[in-house]
Design a protein around this ligand. Sequence first.
Ligand SMILES: CC(=O)N[C@H]1[C@@H](OP(=O)(O)OP(=O)(O)OC[C@H]2O[C@@H](n3ccc(=O)[nH]c3=O)[C@H](O)[C@@H]2O)O[C@H](CO)[C@@H](O)[C@@H]1O[C@H](C)C(=O)N[C@@H](C)C(=O)N[C@H](CCC(=O)O)C(=O)O
Ligand SMILES: Nc1ncnc2c1ncn2[C@@H]1O[C@H](COP(=O)(O)OP(=O)(O)OP(=O)(O)O)[C@@H](O)[C@H]1O
Ligand SMILES: N[C@H](CCC[C@H](N)C(=O)O)C(=O)O
Ligand SMILES: [Mg+2]
Length: 486
Amino acid sequence: MVIENLIKGIETKKIIGPVQNDIIDIQIDSRGVKKQSLFAALRGTQVDGHQYINQAIKQGAVAILCEDLPEQKNKDITYIQVPHSEAALGILASTFYDNPSSKLKLVGVTGTNGKTTVATILYKTFKKLGYKAGLLSTVCNYIDDEALETTHTTPDAVTINKLLHDMVLRGCDYAFMEVSSHAIDQKRISGLKFAGGIFTNLTRDHLDYHKTIANYIKAKKEFFDNLPKNAFSLVNLDDKNGMVMVQNTKSAIHTYSLRSLCDFKARVIESHFNGMILEINNTDVVVQFTGKFNVYNLLAVYGTACLLGQKADEVLIAISTLKSVSGRFETLQAPKGYTVIVDYAHTPDALTNVLTTIHDILDGKGKVITVVGAGGNRDKGKRPLMAKESIKNSDTVIITSDNPRFEDPQEIIKDMLDGLNTEEKQNVLTIENRRDAIKTACMLAKTNDVILIAGKGHETYQNIQGVKHHFDDKEEVRNIFQTQQI
Ligand SMILES: CC(=O)N[C@H]1[C@@H](OP(=O)(O)OP(=O)(O)OC[C@H]2O[C@@H](n3ccc(=O)[nH]c3=O)[C@H](O)[C@@H]2O)O[C@H](CO)[C@@H](O)[C@@H]1O[C@H](C)C(=O)N[C@@H](C)C(=O)N[C@H](CCC(=O)O)C(=O)O
Ligand SMILES: Nc1ncnc2c1ncn2[C@@H]1O[C@H](COP(=O)(O)OP(=O)(O)OP(=O)(O)O)[C@@H](O)[C@H]1O
Ligand SMILES: N[C@H](CCC[C@H](N)C(=O)O)C(=O)O
Ligand SMILES: [Mg+2]
């Protein structure tokens, strides 16, 4: 695309150099720059991308998007100076890929917990309803039926637009994506045209990055602030920040709730480990999901599908055929008669929700053993709270490792233990090796007991010192079941 056309939609401070050059690629990392790339210099959280401008030019970049112009300029290169590189990049990427988000109905899901679940069920529901659809999520990206590996909950602006463009080429009508607070803050979604936005809930997480809850709320709210007038926003009325999110939105506001007057409401009629009977807007439906938190997730899906013009009855039929999302309250039945639940709960609130659900169903007929760790190089403040919530709702807790990354696993375990008093510690074991921790839980469990293995869900690795070693909670459990056959 000719640079002159590419930059039409962005606010520029200065343009130096030829604007008739063609660029064939946009790169945010100098290491990926090829001949005729445009290199976007981003400020970054670790290093300043402006440092790599010369490196990018050496590798063949013909255009540079930047906030500060380098002192020494190359006359063959086009320098596009903008007030904010990240915000401009989103618009450039949209233009470069021919505005894919305006050619399909794009819905974004934000909130601390439930984004993957809601986005994935939406994708599956619309596939069931006969549409071609795409998905951008923590677990997997989909271009209609084609599954692609994912590295982020919300990728960078160039990747998002490339994937949406592929969806358009593949004839997709709908796209569903998770919108993380990091992505909003870093303007990864700048320039996207959303048909709707969903808010699930807001509890403590990612304070390593946002520093304060107020900043975290502000980041989430920015998504709704920027939704256009013809979009809808769908918020969880039972979350105290639900209405805060839409205070300044231009979009049409809709609500869902289990407690208050709203547009989309539900009630739990019956609940088991393998599913529930619900009443959604006065219609009974059997679903293969468990837990009150999943009632919220299903309501968000139902509301969104209705707001996108689907028939309510058909949506409920589609939802009733769907199974739990990988690593989200996945139930495995042991030959010895106990139940294992593998779940991605990695915040204090998610742990409380999952454990409350387990107790509601167990109804005192068995014991609960929780295996849990906390991630390294992530919000430290949530560690003691995760331990506290776990022990409050379990008979035994085994504290272990979960992606220590560049931290010492024993230090992370220590941070978790710091949340417990002497009495609570009596029912806690610490086993750093996650495989041994799971084995121990399976040895301790008796008929009717429930083991919750929390924090990794779908993940198939343990990240130690930046190296991902294969590790899969579900695989570990199945191997143990083999040895426990009766
Ligand atoms: C902390 C964080 O969010 N970092 C993200 C951010 O990178 P950064 O700002 O830290 O990048 P940097 O290392 O400072 O480099 C600055 C710039 O220089 C460039 N560079 C760097 C080195 C070089 O040799 N050449 C070069 O050009 C980099 O490509 C970058 O453009 O922007 C990058 C591009 O979009 C992201 O890949 C990167 O995600 C890192 C890998 C990450 O782990 N992010 C996590 C925390 C994250 O984003 N998580 C959320 C989900 C959280 C949740 O579960 O809710 C997500 O959306 O995935
Ligand atoms: N609506 C909800 N409310 C509270 N907790 C939930 C909800 N939905 C799911 N959870 C819990 O949170 C965990 C993570 O769910 P999910 O992966 O859908 O969230 P996410 O927002 O995508 O997380 P991430 O920020 O890591 O992408 C689940 O395994 C479950 O324990
Ligand atoms: N996507 C989230 C969840 C990670 C879950 C847990 N397994 C961990 O590694 O902390 C994050 O990056 O904070
Ligand atoms: Mg997710």
